[in-house]
Design a protein around this ligand. Structure first.
Ligand code: ZN
Length: 220
């Protein structure tokens, strides 16, 4: 199992070499994901006012940046390149988290929205997991899978709106009993439908204290 994971990781690195150039501007990044100028831009340009808050059926949902510019670029690299360094850069934004961002109890479990199985087979790596692990490291919390994705694996894009909703409704199940507070991490928050399905599944598993955190917030 571990051997396979290592092989996958190696393949991933061949397909998507990291660290050669800055993800933001394409200039040499000296083994880093971003050059200093781009990192500074990600950190400080409209940093505090770019945090957004909304409530999803009583669950607080935070988004760190709007889905544009460098943040969007990093999310795309994470999503389609499954780059751990992109995950680390995005989670690094939490270093400058605003005072209104909540402190989490130490037993909080960081978890993610699992991607559909065919996509996982295709990509080998769940980018949500990479992100959740990076966020957990940043906040000093543990990261664990709490949700499974099941059933109909038809790509969402091929379904009409109604069937997409129905498909998503049954998509997530809790992996077991959830007793600790949960921080559900995802890359982008758009309509919130996926997050709501995950919240429902986590509640079904017994979760009472849930918070959502996404890197970016897209306009619907
Ligand atoms: Zn750069």
């Amino acid at each position: 199992m571990r051997v396979w994971r290592e092989i996958k990781r190696c393949l991933q690195e061949v397909l998507y070499p990291e660290g050669a150039v800055c993800l933001g501007c394409g200039k040499t990044a000296r083994g880093e994901c971003l050059c200093p100028a781009c990192r500074e831009q990600l950190f400080y340009s409209d940093s505090l006012e770019s945090w957004e808050f909304r409530e999803l059926q009583g669950v607080p949902a935070w988004s760190m940046r709007p889905h544009r510019g460098l943040s969007r670029e990093l999310v795309l690299r994470l999503k389609y390149g499954a780059e751990a360094r992109a995950a680390a850069e995005l989670a690094g934004v939490l270093q400058t988290r605003p005072a209104f961002f909540p402190e989490f109890p130490p037993d909080t479990v960081v978890t993610w929205v699992p991607i559909p199985r065919p996509r996982l087979r295709e990509r080998c790596v769940d980018h949500g997991q990479l992100l959740a692990e990076a966020v957990a490291r940043q906040l000093g919390l543990t990261c664990q899978p709490l949700l499974a994705r099941r059933g109909n694996d038809t790509p969402q894009a091929r379904l009409d709106r109604e069937r997409r909703q129905r498909n998503l409704k049954k998509a997530f199940i809790p992996l077991g009993k959830v007793e600790s507070p949960v921080l559900l991490v995802d890359d982008v928050l758009t309509t919130g439908t996926t997050a709501l399905r995950c919240i429902a599944a986590l509640r079904q598993g017994g979760a009472k204290d849930i918070t959502v955190l996404t890197c970016t917030r897209a306009v619907e």
